[in-house]
Design a protein around this ligand. Sequence first.
Ligand SMILES: *[C@@H]1O[C@H](CO)[C@@H](O)[C@H](O)[C@H]1NC(C)=O
Ligand SMILES: *[C@@H]1O[C@H](CO)[C@@H](O)[C@H](O)[C@H]1NC(C)=O
Ligand SMILES: *[C@@H]1O[C@H](CO)[C@@H](O)[C@H](O)[C@H]1NC(C)=O
Length: 468
Amino acid sequence: MGRRWGFLIGFLVAVGLLGSGHGEQQPPETAAQRCFCQVSGYLDDCTCDVETIDKFNNYRLFPRLQKLLESDYFRYYKVNLKRPCPFWNDISQCGRRDCAVKPCHSDEVPDGIKSASYKYSEEANNLIEECEQAERLGAVNESLSEETQKAVLQWTKHDDSSDNFCEADDIQSPDAEYVDLLLNPERYTGYKGPDAWKIWNVIYEENCFKPQTIKRPLNPLASGQGKSEENTFYSWLEGLCVEKRAFYRLISGLHASINVHLSARYLLQDTWLEKKWGHNITEFQQRFDGILTEGEGPRRLKNLYFLYLIELRALSKVVPFFERPDFQLFTGNKDQDAENKMLLLEILHEIKSFPLHFDENSFFAGNKKEANKLKEDFRLHFRNISRIMDCVGCLKCRLWGKLQTQGLGTALKILFSEKLIADMPESGPSYEFHLTRQEIVSLFNAFGRISTSVKELENFRNLLQNIH
Ligand SMILES: *[C@@H]1O[C@H](CO)[C@@H](O)[C@H](O)[C@H]1NC(C)=O
Ligand SMILES: *[C@@H]1O[C@H](CO)[C@@H](O)[C@H](O)[C@H]1NC(C)=O
Ligand SMILES: *[C@@H]1O[C@H](CO)[C@@H](O)[C@H](O)[C@H]1NC(C)=O
């Protein structure tokens, strides 16, 4: 397909003239095709093709971004992991450091009870083991060196937090602490089952503009849907205005991205001698194989690319803010800070040179009043999702969940900000637009996570090539 045609089709899809039929292919044969059938060629709602994104990300962006994220400025993230869940109060304590999961301790269960009901206690013991495992793996390592603690004090003074978009009170709270992201990598924690399920369910069900008439659970992991229900669902999705559809796709993309990380850094071996983390192909297939997921997996991967493009576009738009001469990645180490800023600008210019940027002007266009209402709705829904993160039972998942939603929130703030006039270098730096250190750290780390996912997809594609 010529680029011109792709552009036209992309445009028609973007304005909602083409249904979901576009891009469907024959049932694919191999294990690799079964996951990746939808992520090739052109993507809906934009004019890019996957191959261009892969090459651009994996070879040009990913390595530099990783280097940047290892710097002190980006590795320390302040977060309040102790906020109570605002929506329900029966969160499983499993996996929480300060957890009252007393029942998880097997030697605290009296022998009498254990032996009284063997069957019960065997089940209970399994549960206990699972809990302990999740707790151990989900705990957050909070150790910071002494120098870092001092530097952190300086940053706080330096960071003039004027117009915070995400919940500002969160990091002002005495409960908020700095976390070293390098010491706490996002990976498989054993946090799954009903609790994790509930979080995603709430996110999909209550926050995705779903009308009452759609009965199908929005959470694509929910099973037991008939084919006809499914068609209703997707035609409903296609019928949504482009913004609401985009909202669903961002959430789905985030969900997919997190699952790619968990499959790529799966706990493969866990003995007291060593822990080994690595790719678990079975896990990946269970989440993304077209047959095993009844067609959902490949769509999720497509949404992951959509999320990538949205954040990429936000970064290209925000370049003027980082180019201001007085902008610093302040940590107190002058040489290092200057070097980091250079690397940051290099990355941003690379991003700006990406030829197929998403056009956010198709969002919130049209009738001004309606557009504003929609934008406000969008913001409220999104804020809600960031609050739901306080209900995640496993601390490490909560940490990365908060970071990634805040990063996406910052990307949306950039895209829809009218204060930030991009692509107008002649007008000089605009000082109306501001990002806090918190927003900057989450923006780049969140993008780093999606960039990692795209890179990991290449690895999984290669691994799956050897299977049938
Ligand atoms: C936390 O990180 C420090 C510094 O790398 C390390 O020495 C310590 O063992 C870690 N603690 C845990 C519980 O992983
Ligand atoms: C990979 O994940 C599956 C679940 O999807 C699990 O049953 C299996 O044990 C995992 N493999 C390894 C080596 O841990
Ligand atoms: C926010 O989430 C809660 C809990 O799921 C829900 O009751 C409420 O309606 C949501 N509000 C918005 C604006 O999405």
